[in-house]
Design a binder for this molecule. Structure first.
Ligand SMILES: Cc1cc2nc3c(=O)[nH]c(=O)nc-3n(C[C@H](O)[C@H](O)[C@H](O)COP(=O)(O)OP(=O)(O)OC[C@H]3O[C@@H](n4cnc5c(N)ncnc54)[C@H](O)[C@@H]3O)c2cc1C
Length: 463
């Protein structure tokens, strides 16, 4: 243990964000207890507490780099076990029906199924001597000190004995995901709830697994025609191990991919490129299609609260649940865990400072995804000149990326959360974008864009 900050930390939720937080907390607390309502030990299939885990997930560049730092050898181990890992630029990406050239970015994407990835993370965290997973326990609420200025523990109840237990803690970390009850708990303790921002996308994923067709996936392991305003239906089609592939079809604003096999195939046929339909039409299905609805992206602005109790932190989807098609959530959870680590290296936990730091981590990914969603007519949310201009430029970047591998590379660095979106506006890159998109027409999704915004205007995500 590096610097002792407290005796016990309790993490609420033992999924990706909770396990990564526990990994970091184990460096600073004698004892770390992770509570989850499900049996999680050894589980590498979709479970009740994480129904979204049955759908396509990719851990992109920043998340991969962080996992490698927290668990040296993580990526190589996945490769050894036969899970797909490769260069982010060598996935087959389509935007607006146009294919991006394969390009070596030097950035990795890791795409076993989400339950496998979660299991690989959790088994490493559970192996730490001072971390315990308290499974099959419902989280009931927080315990606070008299006066309510400090959280001192959590109340949990066993699912097997209906027995209520109080877990004392110097720090409680809420990683219970999108359904987090911290806003309600704050209110009960006499604090304000965080303000909430929502972008109503009306998205659904419908997913099916297939046996890999011999000879398929020769030049890539992942084929992704991503939804765009001109083609709002999208898909993620990739190997999940050597023998199986996963297809998640995506549709927005109520145009949801069906769960009946014929409807599923028909939806795949309606995509702007044939790759997914051709890849599955004769393949052997391994299960029935299942669907998951995602009505809106939700950001809770904890960084804006004037008062917050000591001894409490929030991270992961509990803070911000991003539109999943951008593949950001797990990387942001990992980034937040690293932010927690940096914060605790100061030798104490200050919730106001920490939540401000988390707000900064969320800013750019939120502007990319929530801002990007506003390019779709019909999506409800607040449109500003900044978002309109940013989306017009991103459309141009995607067009240019289909012609210029250097632009594709720059775009992947932003999508992989390595560079901020403002990197795409740097003079050298902006010149390439304008050169390569000079012949773009309105039927390509092209709208006029100012390359040099007036000084008082900033593109989404610009520092
Ligand atoms: C369809 C879909 C696809 C996605 N694809 C990607 C992708 O490609 N790349 C990417 O990076 N991200 C993706 N994401 C986002 C990603 O799944 C999450 O951002 C990430 O897993 C972090 O989640 P979390 O750990 O904060 O919360 P969750 O994964 O929701 O976990 C919360 C945990 O808390 C437990 N819990 C909750 N309430 C209680 C309670 N009262 N008592 C006890 N236990 C409780 C649950 O059992 C669960 O284990 C996707 C999301 C969706 C919906």
């Amino acid at each position: 243990m590096r610097d002792h900050v407290g005796n016990r930390a309790v993490v609420l939720g033992g999924s990706v964000a909770g396990s990564l937080a526990a990994r970091v907390l184990a460096e600073f607390y004698h004892d770390v207890v992770v509570v989850d309502r499900d049996t999680v030990s050894g589980v590498s299939v979709t479970r009740k507490g994480t129904p979204h885990a049955g759908h396509a997930h990719g851990l992109h560049a920043r998340g991969q780099l962080i996992l490698e730092e927290l668990f040296p050898g993580f990526t190589e181990d996945l490769v050894r076990k036969g899970y797909p890992v490769g260069d982010l630029g060598e996935m087959r990406w389509y935007f607006n029906g146009r294919r991006l050239p394969y390009t070596k970015t030097g950035l990795l994407s890791v795409t076993p199924t989400r339950p496998i990835l979660e299991h690989e993370i959790r088994s490493r965290v559970a192996a730490l001597a001072n971390v315990t997973y308290l499974e099959r326990h419902d989280i009931l609420g927080l315990m606070s000190a008299p006066g309510g200025g400090r959280v001192v523990g959590a109340r949990v109840r066993s699912r097997d004995h209906a027995e209520e237990v109080v877990l004392d803690a110097d720090l409680v970390v809420d990683a219970t995901g999108r359904g987090s009850r911290t806003p309600a708990w704050l209110e009960e303790m006499g604090y304000e709830r965080p303000s909430e921002e929502r972008v109503k996308i009306g998205l659904a994923y419908t997913t099916r697994f297939y046996r890999r067709v011999p000879g398929s996936f020769e030049d890539t392991w992942s084929i992704n025609p991503v939804a765009s305003p001109e083609h709002p239906r999208g898909a993620f089609f990739g190997l999940s191990d050597q023998d199986r592939c996963i297809v998640s079809l995506t549709g927005i604003l109520g145009d949801h991919p069906p769960t009946d096999p014929e409807g599923f195939l028909e939806f795949a046929r309606s995509l702007p490129v044939p790759d997914v339909y051709e890849g599955i039409k004769d393949a052997e299905p391994l299960d029935d299609p299942t669907t998951f609805g995602f009505p809106a992206s939700v950001r809770r602005h904890y960084e804006g609260l004037r008062r917050f109790p000591a001894g409490l932190a929030v991270l992961g989807d509990a803070v911000c649940s991003f539109n999943p098609v951008y593949g950001q959530g797990m990387s942001v959870a990992a980034w937040e865990a690293m932010t927690l680590r940096e914060h605790l290296r100061e030798g104490r936990f200050d919730p106001a400072v920490f939540l401000g730091e988390i707000g900064k981590v969320v800013d750019n990914p939120w502007q990319v995804s929530a801002g990007g969603d506003l390019a779709f007519p019909g999506v409800e949310g607040k449109r500003t000149p900044e978002t309109e201009m940013g989306n017009a430029y991103v459309g141009r970047v995607q067009y240019a990326a289909s012609k210029d591998p250097e632009v594709a590379k720059g775009f992947m660095r932003v999508a992989g959360l390595i560079d901020p979106p403002s990197a795409l506006m740097e003079p050298g890159m902006a010149a390439r974008v304008m050169d390569a998109s000079g012949d773009m027409t309105t039927s390509d999704g092209g709208v006029p864009v100012m390359v040099h915004p007036p000084a008082e205007q900033k593109l989404p995500g610009a520092a």
